[in-house]
Design a protein around this ligand. Structure first.
Ligand SMILES: [Zn+2]
Length: 72
């Protein structure tokens, strides 16, 4: 039995696995970012917190209901 035809399939699967690993690591880094202030990317409103929180906690924006924030 010739194994050669399997190699391209294995290469594709390994490429997919690398991309999935990369996507997961990006998600983790987003979850782990903590800040005292988050700025809405829609209207620029800054939400302040008394302790460091993740971007998830800042959502949504009270002014424009935006869900996209960056550390401020
Ligand atoms: Zn906003």
């Amino acid at each position: 039995m010739d194994e050669a035809p399997l190699k391209p399939i294995r290469d594709v699967l390994e490429t997919i696995r690398e991309r999935v690993d990369y996507a997961i690591s990006r998600l983790k880094s987003f979850e782990e970012v903590r800040s005292l202030g988050w700025q809405c990317e829609g209207c620029g409103h800054v939400k302040k917190f008394t302790r460091k929180v993740s971007g998830e906690t800042a959502r949504p924006c009270p002014k424009c209901n935006g869900v996209s924030f960056r550390p401020a």
